[in-house]
Design a protein around this ligand. Sequence first.
Ligand SMILES: [Zn+2]
Length: 124
Amino acid sequence: MRDHVQAHAPLEACGLLAGKNYRVEKVLLIENQAKSRVKFRMDPKGQLQAFNWIDSNGLSLVGIFHSHPAGPETVSATDIEEAAYDVIQIIWSRTKGNWIAHGFWIENKHVSEVKLEIINIEQP
Ligand SMILES: [Zn+2]
């Protein structure tokens, strides 16, 4: 995710997170059709392909991520307004060249921060 948001800065970048039980197993990168520094709109074709991939691999959508290359670290009013799925929203923001990710849960326009954990999965 970080490489993807870095590669697209100063434009916003976005993607979907697939997995099970709030655990991400696959990051699906999607082009930001808006090509904007302050907003994103997922490319519909890329989004459809991603949803098909998630379905055919028996996973669920667990999160959506996008970047705020110029801040803020939190979800914007637009992000809250446009939150369409009951999934974790991850915002990548950049401060002094360093990217940081914050997770949020948006329900009925109410935002709460959720803790993100990085888990290394050992392959047998
Ligand atoms: Zn945003």
